[in-house]
Write a protein that binds this ligand. Structure first.
Ligand code: ACO
Length: 337
């Protein structure tokens, strides 16, 4: 059975920066509170010319360039997002409209756990032999649904996209194990009240009265601390590995304190945990692929490294996976013209 090596990766974030100092002028908060409670210093926010589609497309193009393929070589596009640009058309079809090709295309919804879940789904198609190459994108523009008078949520989120290309490989590369889970009973700890009622009239209500994300921060925090380490551990065990064989942890970047708790549970030194929550905040489904791409570009991921991806989010849902790093795919690419 083939594996699905990660052969390309890319990131796109909006140019607009929202700092803690900016937020101090908007709500009753302080840089000191935000940094000490979350680790966040600034985040990127979509502007008038950005959209979920533009960010996802930008990240996808970079990932394909890195992988040395074109959209014509891609058999499947899976986008993880909670904030698509269209209610009816899948975000993956909107991306395909931009990049071209005729790949199968559908979305996965698992909020911040979306990218790892989408990677698990796409990997099944490649491992099963149905497709050779897939584009997996995590993208969110959650700030469009944030109430910027609610200091409990508005300091946390940013926008962005991260993408990877996976392709069949005869080597044990890519996602080797997956641990997915959900607790739907807890969905009201983090959701967008009124969404179902609002959407049919969206043309009239957007943007002034669009529904906003609502969160019980303490409950989500408790849930996150519990599942991050547990799910990561299970994915390591399922891959037949032990903690001392883990080379890098790429956690969902929601809160530095949640990441620290997972790091302690996994007994990993700081240098084995990738953290960028200070610069991007919580970018939801984009968080893990942005961090993964940064780690890859920084050269800290070496051939054969065992990399743990782990995320949690609205649902409540979680997803973890053990990735064996290595960028050699065996799928045929389009010959250079
Ligand atoms: N600035 C200043 N004070 C604030 C702020 C702020 N931005 N936000 C809340 N406070 C106040 C509260 O009002 C409260 O005041 P009170 O004691 O007078 O009532 C006090 O700070 C403490 O509030 P807590 O909620 O207990 O603060 P906590 O230490 O739990 O931190 C936080 C809050 C950062 C939201 C934390 O609970 C958290 O990170 N939770 C997880 C959130 C998360 O990760 N969500 C994303 C999930 S992923 C997805 O799917 C989108």
């Amino acid at each position: 059975m083939p594996n699905a090596a990660i052969t390309g990766w890319g990131v796109a974030v909006p140019d607009r920066v929202l700092t803690n100092q900016d937020l101090e002028r908007m709500v009753e908060t302080s840089d000191e509170w935000i940094v000490s409670r979350t680790g966040i210093r600034e985040r990127r926010i979509v502007g008038a010319n950005d959209s979920t589609t533009s960010l996802a497309t930008d990240a996808a193009r970079k990932a394909m360039e890195k992988a040395g393929c074109t959209a014509d070589d891609v058999d499947l596009i899976v986008v993880a997002t909670a904030t698509p640009d269209d209610f009816l058309v899948s975000q993956s079809c909107l991306v395909q409209a931009e990049i071209g090709g005729s790949a199968a295309a559908f979305d996965v919804g698992a909020a911040c756990a979306g990218f790892v879940t989408a990677l698990a789904v796409a990997t099944q198609f490649v491992n099963g032999g149905m497709y050779n190459r897939a584009l997996v994108i995590g993208v969110d523009t959650l700030t469009r649904y944030i109430d910027y008078t609610d200091r409990g949520t508005c300091v946390l989120f940013g926008d962005g996209a991260g993408a990877v290309v996976i392709e069949s490989s005869s080597e044990p590369r890519g996602l080797l194990s997956t641990e997915l889970g959900a607790d739907g009973a807890g969905h009201k700890h983090l959701y967008v009240p009124g969404w179902a009622q609002m959407v049919p009239e969206s043309a009239d209500i957007f943007p002034d009265s669009r529904p906003h994300l609502q969160m019980n921060g303490r409950e989500v925090f408790r849930f996150a601390v519990q599942v991050m380490g547990d799910a990561a551990l299970k994915s390591i065990e399922k891959a037949g590995l032990t903690l001392d064989q883990v080379d890098m942890l790429i956690p969902h970047q929601a809160n530095a304190r949640i990441i620290s708790a997972a790091q302690r549970q996994l007994q990993l030194p700081e240098e084995k945990v990738w953290i960028n929550v200070d610069r991007f905040g919580n970018t939801s489904a984009a968080s893990v692929p942005i961090a993964l791409a940064e780690a890859a570009d920084a050269g800290v991921l070496k051939e054969g490294d065992n990399v743990v991806l782990v995320a949690f989010g609205a649902g409540l849902a979680w997803a973890a996976g053990l990735v064996r790093w290595g960028t050699d795919g065996t799928s045929p690419a389009t010959p250079a013209s």
